[in-house]
Design a protein around this ligand. Structure first.
Ligand code: AMP
Ligand code: MG
Length: 346
């Protein structure tokens, strides 16, 4: 299929942007699937009420059918059509963090959403993205829009339209290019159906931010113990992996340089994932500086572009630095550990 491509200005009120966004929204209303920017990563949107649209999302991504999709809305009023009830804690979290990178799990109203979108669960994950293009597309479609990340399953999520093109060109009806996304990692997924809020997936809203609004927050144990079954079905899958094996190194940059030398002697092309502070230190075939260690939000913003860049450099092996797990560092380390299939060199 021919993939339509629109480059839009973030200023969606401009006449040209408005008409491009309308074309994308029209395709969504025709149950086609379209990629668009959000503040976290690019999403692949489809009509959340229609099986035919949702099956196109799963097919284009090659996504396992037991992994439910997050439903995106543009207005608080859209929520009431989709969920049975809104717990008081959820209300507080929405007031504090919507629009924004927070997905809340609700008990779903039966018979409204496609069963494929929710993977047959009795619950549904919903968020309101904080990006003018995403909000405008959803609003003009007048639909709840299911939108997982717009990448082939298993690959790093797209933070630029070119990443979407690399993975999904000719598989989807359109790509709306609105420039680089901001946060760079996906939304935080929380369950508020119990008394205490529980993080099922770390993301753009940190545990510390959640706790400032609702008090103590639990974290699904499966996030740190790989023997336990995660409460969020998607968390059991390997994700974000570059083509070459990635090893995280729990040690100094001198230690990493020694590992690089060993691999070079074997005739391997070696990549390093580091930050701006340490970039000049390493002698390797390809060194990617992913943001600044002193500001982990910059690391999050560039992480997926970094992981993808190794695929263009034909490296045989990648060594990566590790990060503290405070703030957005929790999401960064969660994604890195998955990208590395939990291989850590001590
Ligand atoms: P993605 O859209 O690829 O960023 O992934 C969405 C994440 O949200 C996956 O980990 C899903 O398993 C999770 N998710 C979506 N709906 C639910 C739900 N009803 N209960 C628990 N996790 C969910
Ligand atoms: Mg994804």
């Amino acid at each position: 299929m021919k993939t339509n491509y629109w480059s839009v200005d973030k200023n969606v009120d401009k006449e040209e942007s408005y008409s491009q966004i309308q074309q994308a929204a029209d395709l969504l209303r025709k149950n086609e699937v379209v990629a668009f920017p959000t503040e976290t990563v690019y999403g692949l949107g489809g009509n959340a009420k229609e099986d035919s649209a949702i099956s196109k999302i799963f097919a284009a991504k090659g996504r396992p059918s037991d992994n439910p999709l997050i439903i995106h809305i543009a207005k608080r009023e859209q929520l009431d059509e989709l969920v049975e009830k809104v717990p008081a804690t959820a209300e507080k979290l929405m007031d504090a963090f919507w629009p924004g990178p927070l997905t809340i799990i609700f008990e779903k109203k039966n018979g409204v959403l496609s069963e494929l979108a929710t993977a047959g669960l009795s619950t549904v994950g919903i968020r309101m993205p904080n990006h003018p293009v995403a909000l405008q597309i959803i609003e003009q479609s007048s639909l709840p829009i299911a939108a997982p990340s717009a990448n082939r399953s298993g690959k790093p999520s797209p933070t630029k339209a070119i990443h979407v093109k690399e993975d999904l060109d000719t598989y989807i009806a359109g790509i709306v290019d609105g420039g680089s996304t901001g946060v760079g990692v996906e939304s935080t997924v929380v369950d508020c159906t119990d008394e205490k809020v529980m993080i099922l997936r770390p993301g753009g809203i940190t545990k510390e931010q959640l706790e400032s609004v609702v008090g103590e927050v639990k974290v699904d144990q499966a996030l740190t113990d790989t023997e336990i079954k995660p409460k969020s079905p998607g968390m059991k899958y390997t994700h974000y992996a570059p083509n070459a094996p990635l090893f995280l190194v729990d040690g100094s940059k001198e230690k990493i340089q020694l590992l690089i030398e060993e691999e070079k002697q074997k005739g391997h092309r070696v990549g390093v994932l580091t930050t701006k502070e340490n970039k000049a230190f390493y002698r390797a075939d390809f060194v990617y500086a992913c943001g600044k260690r002193l500001d982990l939000s910059t690391v999050a913003a560039e992480l997926y572009d970094g992981l993808r860049s190794f695929d263009h450099q034909q490296v045989d092996i990648i060594f990566g630095e590790m990060f503290p797990t405070e703030g957005v560092g929790q999401a960064v380390m969660n994604r890195l550990m998955k990208a590395a299939s939990h291989q850590v060199i001590k």
